[in-house]
Ligand binder design. Structure first.
Ligand SMILES: CCCCCCCC/C=C\CCCCCCCCCCCCCC(=O)SCCNC(=O)CCNC(=O)[C@H](O)C(C)(C)COP(=O)(O)OP(=O)(O)OC[C@H]1O[C@@H](n2cnc3c(N)ncnc32)[C@H](O)[C@@H]1OP(=O)(O)O
Ligand SMILES: Cc1cc2nc3c(=O)[nH]c(=O)nc-3n(C[C@H](O)[C@H](O)[C@H](O)COP(=O)(O)OP(=O)(O)OC[C@H]3O[C@@H](n4cnc5c(N)ncnc54)[C@H](O)[C@@H]3O)c2cc1C
Length: 674
């Protein structure tokens, strides 16, 4: 596929797709990056970080042993970390968790096919210092953490408890004699389990433990704990630490276990922004809201929406480019085999992935802005917006991770057998994203947190009290009766809110009816949880539909007509897709008729046809470099078969024509000598 000057040519089908695209791809890239300047900065950072020297792996990662994989990930983390530290100042520095850190997080995928053992250090250890330490403590820990003298992780989950934080068993008992806390793991189930980087990499750790002082337990609090010697890296006396073993994914993250045997740490290692222990052991609570120590979790839930939007964009890029290159079967006898992208069922599998990646990216940007407002409020001592934000971030984390994992798997299905190859990168993208549905709060558990807020909001609406913005629709749909149907985008968003209101109302009735039969409120709630999860899902879906539609309109106000048109097609596709997916709910809670359903389906199929010529342009607009995509099927040039063969030849099994097992086992078996 090279021309006579050695320049690799792009697959002809992909080249034709690009020539036929109706819009300027860069325009959508700028929209998704949040402006042209951001794109320019991102590309500069990519150019200086994505160097051959750092990226070249002679043997594919997946062919290495677990130990070699881990060591390679540590090597690359250190080289990448140094490069970033040395050069990033040229681009305005790594303003902590500013836009450059999002860019770096994405570029990191080029270095680590799975995950960096240092991700938790930057992703959770540093943010927890920022969120949970006093200014004095920050000045002690932050410079050491940012210069990587201190490398840390976040150890909250235990063998016995992850979801139910109040059930954690690790104790931190204050000893006023020595002004120290004594950390202890009283049972096997109290061993910390899961923290990324804990197994072998970190020397420090944020430990969440039950605080005891003056004979009283004050619940869980975070502590900074040194666990390994800074010189020798040996675990310190009183610390039992190790790696938890192979997992579905995250295999370079050395997730670890940790136990304490009456291990002492200084008083000031308690993170004291929200609560303090005085020298004499007096407990002082500073958190009026009560859940401020859960702040890092809320931050990560916000970040995760962005993570999964990007990973879905990667999977969609791979699957759409491959579908333009791959030809299979025939539509009419004797005709040439079509590109598989021309099958309407393939479009149905893939275009919703592109639309969802946009929906989640725009929702994530909106959520990040909302979060910044909440953080500013909290800095000024105002915590009123926290319950609503907790409910919002919980459901958006749950739904975005669940949707992304399902759609990434759909991308893999859409690539047939080759999608099952590790070299396609789809299995690794899936294994990474499916974990997001569990960590930082399990899907069901987080939706039930949102449901709790929705039921309270319903009761407030009933009492005629004002409602916060994301639930203000409940006032409008408070009265029973079906929501009028209108097939415009705005009409579908309204109907989605109507469905959510209808489901919340049904939950309220169900709980009340059960209580009337003599059940306790808790039992009535428990029996209604299947409906409550569905109500929270419907609420979240309505929010995503609303935010996606309105943000897409706002962002494209000054766009060229063709970009505006294709962006509108995508939002309309998303709304129609979900209307059809939830048609039973619409029939129950809105005035949609049988004819309207037929019209919805017809319009959806028309949209697939309209988007088809722009599909490759749309995934090109994600502008994800080949090094980051890491995929034989999804590279920009479409050299799918050549890359598959090149990667296969790197398999260690191909290094010798005959494997020794032939002589050891097969031959004896063949000759009846085994
Ligand atoms: C060098 C190379 C490196 C390359 C990197 C490059 C640079 C990168 C830079 C930055 C990038 C960052 C990117 C980050 C990406 C992310 C990757 C992360 C990887 C993996 C991380 C995984 C970590 C973890 O999983 S940590 C453990 C998380 N655990 C959980 O989430 C547990 C879930 N459980 C809970 O949240 C709670 O227990 C609960 C909510 C279920 C119940 O809590 P409870 O029992 O205490 O409460 P109640 O049910 O009684 O409710 C009481 C009351 O409180 C309210 N509430 C609950 N939670 C909150 C909250 N968080 N905020 C506010 N309010 C809350 C609740 O609503 C109730 O209110 P009521 O009014 O109804 O009473
Ligand atoms: C890849 C990965 C990385 C991780 N990294 C870290 C880390 O760095 N640091 C850390 O501290 N932790 C980490 N974790 C742990 C993670 O946060 C927990 O696994 C997660 O919060 C779920 O808790 P659990 O494992 O206790 O699940 P469980 O709560 O035991 O859930 C099991 C099932 O029970 C259901 N269930 C539980 N409670 C309820 C309820 N109240 N109502 C209804 N259903 C319920 C759940 O829905 C689920 O179906 C990581 C986990 C993974 C998978």
């Amino acid at each position: 596929m090279s021309d006579n000057k050695g320049v690799r040519r792009v697959n002809e089908d992909l080249a034709r797709e690009r020539a036929n695209c109706s819009f300027d791809v860069r325009e959508i890239t700028f929209l998704l990056d949040g402006g042209e300047n951001n794109t320019i900065t991102r590309k500069k950072i990519e150019d200086f970080t994505l160097t051959d020297e750092l990226l070249s792996d002679k043997v594919p990662d997946e062919c290495l042993s677990p130990k070699e994989k881990y060591e390679n990930a540590v090597r690359k983390s250190c080289l990448f970390g140094k490069l970033v530290k040395d050069k990033l100042l040229e681009f305005g520095g790594l303003e902590t968790f500013g836009p450059n850190s999002f860019v770096l997080r994405r570029i990191a995928d080029a270095f680590f096919k799975e995950i960096s053992p240092l991700l938790l250090h930057l992703g959770m250890f540093v943010p927890t210092i920022l969120g949970q330490c006093t200014a004095e403590q920050q000045s002690e820990w932050l410079p050491r953490a940012l210069s990587m003298q201190v490398i840390g992780t976040y150890a909250q989950t235990e063998l016995g408890h992850g979801t139910f934080i109040r059930g954690l068993e690790t104790t931190a008992t204050y000893d006023p004699e020595t002004e120290e806390f004594v950390l202890h793991s009283p049972t096997l189930s109290s061993f910390k389990w899961w923290a990324g980087g804990l197994g072998k990499t970190v020397n420090h750790c944020i430990v969440v433990a039950q605080l005891h002082t003056k004979g009283q337990c004050h619940g869980t609090h975070p502590f900074i704990v040194q666990i390994r010697d800074l010189e020798t890296h040996q675990p310190l006396p009183g610390i039992k630490v190790g790696e938890i073993g192979p997992k579905l994914g995250f295999n370079t993250a050395d997730n670890g276990f940790l136990g304490f045997d009456k291990y002492r740490i200084p008083r000031m290692n308690m993170m004291m922004k929200n609560a303090q222990i005085l020298k004499d052991g007096t407990y002082v609570k500073l958190d009026r809201h009560g859940k401020m120590t859960y702040g890092t979790m809320v931050f990560i839930r916000v970040m995760v929406v962005n993570e999964v939007a990007f990973n879905l964009a990667k999977a969609a890029t791979i699957a759409v480019r491959y579908s333009a290159v791959r030809r299979q079967s025939e539509k009419k006898p004797g005709e040439p085999e079509p590109q598989i992208l021309d099958y309407v069922t393939q479009q149905h599998k893939l275009f919703i992935c592109i639309a969802t990646a946009h929906a989640l990216q725009l929702t994530s940007d909106w959520l990040w802005r909302t979060f910044s407002g909440v953080v500013t409020d909290i800095k000024h001592g105002k915590t009123d917006s926290l319950p609503e934000f907790h409910a919002l971030s919980s459901c958006l984390k749950a739904i975005s991770t669940s949707d992304a994992a399902l759609l990434i798997e759909q991308c893999r299905h859409s690539c047939g057998g080759h999608g099952y190859m590790m070299s396609s990168n789809l299995p690794l993208i899936y294994s990474f994203v499916t974990a997001t549905r569990t960590y930082e709060g399990d899907y069901t558990v987080l939706l039930l947190q949102t449901a709790r807020f929705l039921i309270k909001a319903w009761e407030q609406a009933e009492a005629g009290k004002p409602l916060t913005p994301t639930v203000s629709y409940l006032t409008k749909y408070f009265k029973d009766g079906r929501v009028p149907w209108d097939s415009t985008s705005e009409g579908i968003v309204n109907a989605a809110y109507g469905v959510a209101a209808g489901k919340i109302s049904a939950c309220v009735k169900s709980i009340r009816n059960r209580v009337k039969t003599g059940l306790s409120y808790e039992d009535a709630w428990d029996l209604t949880t299947v409906q409550l999860v569905a109500a929270a899902e419907a609420h979240c879906r309505a929010v995503i539909c609303d935010v996606y539609r309105s943000e897409a309109v706002r962002l494209t106000e000054k766009s060229s007509p063709n970009v505006r048109a294709v962006m509108r097609q995508l939002t309309t596709l998303y709304l129609h897709y979900w209307a059809l997916e939830r048609i039973g709910d619409l029939l129950r809670y809105s005035a949609v008729s049988e004819e309207d359903v037929v019209a919805l389906q017809q319009k959806y199929e028309e949209l697939l046809a309209l988007i088809r010529p722009d599909a490759v342009g749309l995934v090109d607009a994600f502008d994800i470099r080949d090094e980051i995509l890491n995929s034989t099927l999804g590279a920009y040039d479409g050299r799918v078969y050549e890359r598959l063969m090149e990667e296969a030849l790197k398999s260690p099994l191909n290094a010798e024509p005959v494997n020794r097992s032939f002589h050891m086992y097969l031959k004896p078996l063949m000759q009846g000598k085994l």
